[in-house]
Design a binder for this molecule. Structure first.
Ligand code: ATP
Ligand code: MG
Length: 150
C-alpha cells in the first residue's frame, strides 16, 4: 500500500494523470471514501487526461455514465454505486456489458460488492486530513509492472 498526500486539487489532478496514462481496458479504479472526499473530482481528472473535454456529470442519479472514443483514449464507464441498493441490481443495469473493453471508474465500489478481487483493480481510499486529502493506493497484480509506484 502506498500513501500519497493530496494537499490541493493540483495534486489530485497529477495523481489522476498518472493513473490515466497507465489504464488499459478491463481495469477498475475503485474510489473509496466518504461523501465529498474527492472521488468524482479524481474521476473527472482521469477523464480529462484521457481526452474528454466538457462536462462530467456526477453519475449519482444515473448510476453510470459512458465515455466512448474518439473523445477519450479508451472506453470509460464512470459509475457511482451509492444509490445501488443491492449488488444484485448490477445485472439489471447491465454493468458487465458496458464494461466489456472499457475501464471502470467506480465510486462507492462497496455498494456494488467491491472489485478488489479483480487483478486489474486499482484501489484508492481517499481520506480527509485537516483541509487536505490523502490517498491510500492498493494496486492489483496487473498494476505491478506499470512503473507507477516502483
Ligand atoms: N485535494 C483535493 N482533492 C480532491 N478534491 C478536493 C481537494 N481539496 C478540496 N477538494 C474539494 O472537495 C470536493 C470533493 O467533491 P467530490 O464531488 O469530488 O466528492 P465525492 O467523493 O465524489 O463525493 P460523493 O460521495 O458525494 O460522490 C470538491 O468540492 C473539491 O473541490
Ligand atoms: Mg462523487
Amino acid at each position: 500500500m502506498i500513501r500519497i498526500d493530496l494537499p490541493d486539487l493540483a495534486a489530485t489532478t497529477a495523481l489522476a494523470e498518472m493513473i490515466a496514462g497507465a489504464l488499459v481496458p478491463g481495469d477498475v479504479v475503485a474510489l473509496h471514501g466518504d461523501l465529498g472526499v474527492g472521488k468524482t473530482t479524481l474521476a473527472r481528472a482521469v477523464l480529462a487526461a484521457l481526452g474528454h473535454h466538457g462536462e462530467v456529470p456526477s453519475p449519482s442519479f444515473a448510476i453510470i455514465e459512458l465515455y466512448e472514443p474518439p473523445a477519450v483514449r479508451l472506453p470509460v464507464v464512470h459509475a457511482d454505486f451509492y444509490r445501488l441498493n443491492r449488488p444484485a441490481d448490477l445485472a439489471e443495469i447491465g454493468l458487465d456489458d458496458y464494461r466489456a473493453g472499457a475501464v471502470l471508474l467506480a465510486e462507492w465500489p462497496d455498494h456494488a460488492g467491491g472489485f478488489a478481487h479483480e487483478p486489474g483493480c486499482l484501489t484508492l481510499r481517499i481520506e480527509i486530513r485537516d483541509n487536505a486529502r490523502r490517498a491510500i493506493v492498493d494496486p492489483g497484480p496487473l498494476w505491478h509492472n506499470r512503473g507507477l509506484w516502483t
